[in-house]
Design a protein around this ligand. Structure first.
Ligand code: BES
Ligand code: MN
Ligand code: MN
Length: 462
């Protein structure tokens, strides 16, 4: 039996090159201009699962992009691990801020990744992290050490809300039956300090449209005499937070789970340096809800943020105009027990209520999802912690993340199993930003750690 460390050392160039090939396909799910590329990526993922050793792989069609499903059954009496990941990526724009083209992967050294990192859209989120599982599986097949059954479910619509995956899961609960769900689509504290994500925030995403006059107007002839939709929208948005940065939507905090002082003290033990945090973002100060520290503000507290705002004249020079319409895209990050559909409703009602006479408001909900928390005494958590402890030399710290993987709460509801979030990315990897990258160290460490999760999960399940 070949040791995993040796296997990784021997095959690392091939592992990197295979990932680079996958990253060259621009699988942007949000933009239909890339639809053939998204489909091609599904085929590439399918081929990689076949090659790694699955008995059965299929492309499952949905109303949107397909789901790649694969499995390897060694003994129905043994536990089954369901691996979930996504092969779609975020749009790469603004392109001009990339130091190398987003779909021409290159390895560059950084301060945090002295051994190099692969720069490409999707390198960390989630192609690189998903592919670690394919390579860890390949190792277990090659070395004859796979200790249980495996199912892979790799989707192509995570970055646009996993709407069709929801239907797929609801209709295929038998096929997807498992003992634990394993996902690498989150991060860890640092390359010296692994962590396991124990919470994800929920999400409610809406778009608003404020309409004033029926056409754009001369801002001199009409200015001051009619409501300017952009002014009104700015005022309405500003009123959504009070002077303490609490959200003002009535009922918004009704079901928010308040953590005990003990739990908050436990959270505060995770290493965090505020100066470095500010420095990394070039900020002279932080900002947020009164009564909470940074690591609470971005994990256990709900938020409301404008993601985009537009209207009127934004071209070169000046144009004196009062626009007929103004728009914004708004996301609310939610915490466990807040129901995203209820929150979307509360938002819509409140936003319509606060609109002054002289404008009309339309709220269009986009996608959403519930938050998730998972205990640290489950077999899955313990197995993950043992795996990290072995490969990093220190135990993992449980961390609640601010990000969202909306489908995770649905997995638990439909498939009745816990999800273990074994992330290997870093916050500095710039996911969703220009110059996204994934450390070679992180990629290989992930491949090395995953087989140990299988080993300990099966041992602890006995
Ligand atoms: N992988 C991320 C979520 C993530 C990243 C969670 C890092 C924790 C740590 C995922 O691909 C993502 O971007 N999710 C979206 C939500 C989705 C509905 C578009 C998000 O969090 O904005
Ligand atoms: Mn992701
Ligand atoms: Mn993402």
């Amino acid at each position: 039996m070949e040791d995993i460390k040796l296997y990784v050392t021997k095959h690392k160039d091939r592992f990197i090159n295979e990932l680079i090939e996958l990253l060259k396909i621009p699988s942007v799910s949000a933009d239909t201009a890339f639809s053939q590329d998204v489909l091609d990526t599904a085929e590439a993922v399918k081929a990689s699962l076949v090659k790694a050793g699955c008995d059965f792989v299929e492309i499952c069609e949905t109303a949107g992009y397909p789901i790649v499903y694969g499995e390897k059954t060694i003994d129905p009496k043994l536990p089954t691990v369901l691996v979930y990941g996504h092969y779609d990526v975020q749009p790469a724009d603004p392109l001009e801020l990339w130091t190398s083209p987003p779909f021409e992967p290159v390895i560059k050294k950084t301060d945090i990744h002295p051994e190099g990192a692969i720069f490409a859209r999707g390198a960390c989120d989630d192609k690189g992290q998903m592919y670690m599982h394919v390579k860890a599986f390949e190792y277990m097949i090659q070395s004859n050490t796979l200790p249980c059954n495996v199912k892979f479910m790799i989707e192509g619509e995570e970055e646009v809300g996993s709407v069709n995956l929801k239907t797929f899961v609801e209709n295929n609960t038998k096929k997807l039956k498992n003992d634990v769900i394993l996902i690498s689509d989150t991060g860890m504290i640092s390359n010296q300090q692994p962590s396991i994500t124990t919470g994800l925030r929920g999400l409610s995403y809406v778009e608003v449209e404020v309409t004033g006059p029926n056409r754009d107007l001369h801002s001199g002839l009409y200015g001051g005499a009619v409501a300017n939709p952009i002014n009104i929208l700015a005022k309405m948005i500003a009123s959504l937070h009070d002077e303490n940065n609490h959200i003002t939507i009535p009922g918004f905090y009704d079901n928010v789970e308040e953590l005990s002082l003990e739990e908050r003290a436990e959270m505060a033990k995770a290493p965090f340096n505020l100066d470095n945090y500010k420095k990394a973002l070039n900020l002279n100060d932080i900002y947020g809800e009164k009564g909470f520290v940074t690591n609470e503000r971005n994990s256990i507290r709900p938020t409301l943020d404008v993601n985009g705002i537009w209207g009127g004249y934004t071209g070169e020079g000046a144009k004196t105009v009062i626009a007929s319409k103004a728009f914004a895209k708004i996301s609310m990050r939610l915490v466990p027990n807040q129901d995203w559909e209820v929150i979307t409703d509360l938002f819509s009602k409140h936003f319509t209520n606060i609109a002054p006479a002289g404008v009309t408001v339309k709220v269009t909900p986009h996608h959403g999802g519930q938050g998730y928390v998972t205990p640290i005494d489950s077999i899955g958590y313990k197995a993950a912690n043992m795996a990290y402890t072995e490969t990093f030399g220190v135990p993992a710290i449980p961390v609640r993340s601010g990000g969202s993987i909306p489908i995770v709460a649905l997995f638990e509801k439909e498939l009745k199993s816990k999800t273990i979030l074994m992330g290997f990315g870093l916050d500095s990897d710039a996911i969703h930003s220009p110059n996204e990258h994934f450390g070679i160290f992180n990629y290989l460490k992930g491949i090395e750690t995953i087989p140990l999760f299988y080993k300990y999960f099966v041992e602890l399940s006995k």
